[in-house]
Structures are given as C-alpha cells and as structure tokens.
Design a binder for this molecule. Sequence first.
Ligand SMILES: [Mn+2]
Length: 328
Amino acid sequence: MIKKQILEIIKQYQRFLIVAHIHPEGDSIGSQIAMANLLKTFGKSVRIINADAVPGNLAFLPGIETVESGIDAAVEDITFDAAVILDCPTLERIGKVKQLLGKGEYIINIDHHISNEHFGNINWVDFKASSVGEMVYGLFKGSNIPLDGASAQCIYVAIMTDTGSFHYSNTTAATHKIAAELLQYNINPTKVYEYIYETKSFETLKLLAEVLSNLQRSKDGKFVWFKVTDAMLKRNKLSHQSTDDFIDFVRMVEGAEVVAFLREVSHGNTVKVSLRSKTDIDVNKLAKHFGGGGHYAASGCVIEKNMEEAEKLLLRQIKKIFQEQKQG
Ligand SMILES: [Mn+2]
C-alpha cells in the first residue's frame, strides 16, 4: 500500500535529490544508485548527494561516478522538487546536506531503523527489512519496472553489507530469495565480497591486531568492548573509516551478548559508540539512553565525554540492562 503511494507521489514530481546518511556505507550508496536508476526509468532528473565521500571499497559499483559528496558546488546550482532520504532515522543524519532542504520540497523518507522519527511528508519505515536496498527492490517490483544489471548489483551490495554477508539476525528467507534473484544478473559474489571486505591495507590489519590484543570484557563475559583512539589512528596513518568493520571481528567472541566499539572523535572530547547485540538485549534502547538509536541488534550513539568517562557511563548502563534482564 505504502509502496504504491510512494510510486504515485514520485510521478507528481520531476526533479529529485537522493540523500543518505553521513559516513555512507554499502546500504546507503547501493540503495541510492538503485533508487536513482528507478527514477530515471520514469524520466525524472536525479542528483545523488551525500555529506561525506564514498568509501573506497564501494568504488566498483556501477554508477558510483554519479554520487556527489559535500555541498559546496551543489548548493549553487541545485534545484529539486522532492528529496528521497534513505537509511536515515533522523533528518540530522544527512549532515550538512540538510542545508539544501527547507525550500518546501516534498520529503520521502524510506528507512529500516526502528528509531526512525517519521520526519518525511511520506514515511515508509520497515524495520523488518534487512536493508533499504531490500525496500528499493520492493519499489522496482511494485512498479513493474524490470531490474537492470547495475541496480541488481547495487541492491545486492546493500543487502549483503547490512546483513553482514547474510548472517546478522535481520537475514530472513525473503532476504535470501531476493539475493537469489539478484544473482541472476551476472553478479559474481566472490568478486563482490573481495571488493568489499578483502581490500584492507597492511596498516589497517596492524591496527586491528592492536585492537584485538587489547579487547576487554565484563566478568561474566557477556559484554565485550574495544577502543580506538586518535593516537592509534595517527600512529598507523589511518582514518576512522578503516575501522568501520572492526566490530565484526569482535562479535566473534564466544559468550559475548553485547559488543561495543568506542572511538575517540573531536580531539578526545567525544566518544562515538557502536553497539551490537547477539541475544535478546535491545541495543537500540541502550543507545537511546545516550541520545542515539538504530536497530534492535545494531545501533550507535555519541557520548560527549572523554574516553575514560564515556567508558564508565557505558559500563554502568550495560550492567543495569543485564540486571534488568535477569529480573525480567
Ligand atoms: Mn541500512
């Protein structure tokens, strides 16, 4: 129903801006390009603009050259009637691209975060969807537009990255069915995996080794966490982006129920926390306590404290949640 409504609304506008969240990843970029391709088949004009650049491991995606980043050049000449905002629970998540909105454009919000704030004129929020890629696939089906090879590859990458290569708890039979169909479009899963995950620099692996040798866990082993500081990045000449999937390695720890990644940002005055749950502990709720959010099993927040204090606060809150769970 909502899919049909969105497709009807799309018909009413001509010029579109497609935006995803800051620090875009596979689901954002893959969904954006596929969405743009769909809109183009309707004869619409489309610009894809994000606050931050495309990560290097997605450079192989067909259509990646159409993804713009930063708003300086874009601000001068952009005109659009509607904005499609993908994979963002709040409007703040689009970062400085927000400056391009506010001229009365229609906002189409398509997302799968449980914490979504329904900021659009129309909101399609399906937190059971593995990825926004899966939702864009649904739009293709709903519009009877046949998938093209480029869109199929982009959607495949969106689903693959948001499900951790089909093993996170958001992976369903439907996800696999869609992936099976996408593979008919000449996608090489081995190559795609290699591009996305097996292109790590020597320095990144050295840093990962350092992180893993400093892992910490609670006495009962249910909470496992690790830290990356500015000094560690500097020493290895790396950016934050290169640590994005470190949490996937730490998730492997046997007996861990909640895993946290604390990274120092803003010169040590702020700590960005990524959270993963491997059991029935809702880390969206945990992140919300600190003003963040996300999904039930994967979320994040920002704590405006130094590392030591942020760690203390997080540990205290985790302890409380484990205790509540025991009692409940
Ligand atoms: Mn996503």
